[in-house]
Design a protein around this ligand. Structure first.
Ligand code: CP
Length: 315
């Protein structure tokens, strides 16, 4: 594996999943395998889970970790053939190449603009790092995907599934802000290689991008979607068609105990952070059906599997 930005970068996703589950059994099994190597994480947007779990994963392998807050004070110019006479101090061409002098792996978190669909869906900023970095790049959530989250989600489903082929429902839920589509896109992408019966449910107007929704069962009726579900994965996302907007939703889409009762005693999942009593009722989040904390805990082992794959054959 040469980089980790999407499912396509992974030669054998099932093997990567198995590795993540194995690291969980013995996180320090290869505690010196990255001794002398450095992970540099560049954050254009804030993070709690991704930052801490990836750092923990790196430490488990012996990496040194450096974190650069690209959102504060240090503006990078991404465009080519531009006169740099504004507030942007450094060009991505130099920045990515220079970071590569200090790093063996570079992680990048960069959210979408939500106003320029074409650029967001080119995965522009992550793509610029991949173009100019001289070492492997990991997505720590990009404009359109969050693969570390999705590998974690698959791992968590695997651990909790009781059926050979569980029914997994990705349900849209309300949120006061317009949020990226990355978690939903990536979840759908990775569930294509998991042996699950996937249904995506959302109000009209919230259809995912065509590349992500093809071959996916879509259901506008939340109750119908929830019937027989073994897992309810909840996430808000803004509209793709009316890009970055929040079309009005008349029905109540918040996840409640009453709605969870439509399911096959489904486990409740969410990538976090989550807005209580907006996205999901306290009664669900605080119930034994919720596995959001275990899910967040698994972030470490998914990241550890990815980091180890990237450096295992490098001296
Ligand atoms: N789920 C997730 O990526 O959380 P953070 O934004 O806190 O990293």
């Amino acid at each position: 594996m040469n980089q980790f930005t999407c499912l396509e970068d992974v030669p054998d996703p099932q093997a990567l999943l198995d590795k993540a589950l194995q690291w969980k059994q013995n996180p320090l099994a290869a505690a010196d395998s990255a001794k002398g190597k450095t992970l540099v994480m560049v954050f254009f947007n804030p993070s709690l889970r991704t930052r801490l779990s990836t750092e923990k994963a790196a430490q488990n392998l012996g990496f040194s970790v450096m974190t650069f807050e690209a959102s504060q004070g240090w503006q990078l110019e991404m465009e080519d053939q531009i006169v740099m006479n504004t507030d942007k101090a450094e060009h991505i061409r130099e920045a990515a190449a220079v970071i590569s002098q200090y790093a063996d792996v570079i992680g990048v978190r960069s959210f979408p603009s939500l106003d320029d669909r074409e650029k967001d869906y080119q995965d522009y900023i992550l793509g610029r790092f991949v173009e100019y970095a001289q070492v492997p790049v990991i997505s720590l959530e990009s404009a359109i995907r969050h693969p570390l989250q999705s590998l974690t989600d698959w791992m968590t489903i695997k651990e909790h599934q009781k059926q050979a082929r569980p029914k997994v429902v990705l349900s849209w839920a309300p949120h006061p802000k317009a949020l990226p589509q990355a978690v939903a896109n990536s979840f759908v992408e990775w569930m294509q290689v998991a042996d699950v019966d996937l249904v995506v449910t959302h109000p009209e107007g919230y259809e995912l991008a065509p590349d992500f929704r093809q071959n996916v069962r879509q259901e506008y009726d939340q109750q119908k979607a929830f019937e027989g579900a073994d897992f309810v994965y909840t996430k808000n996302w803004s509209a793709y068609s009316d890009y970055g907007q929040k079309p009005t939703v008349k029905k109540d889409w918040m996840i409640s105990l009453e709605k969870m009762a439509w399911t096959n005693e489904a486990k409740f999942m969410h990538c976090l952070p989550v807005r209580r009593n907006v996205v999901v009722a306290d009664a669900v989040l605080d119930s034994p059906q919720s596995i959001v904390i275990q899910q967040a805990g698994n972030r470490t082992f998914a990241a550890q599997a990815v980091l180890h794959e990237l450096i295992k054959n490098k001296v």
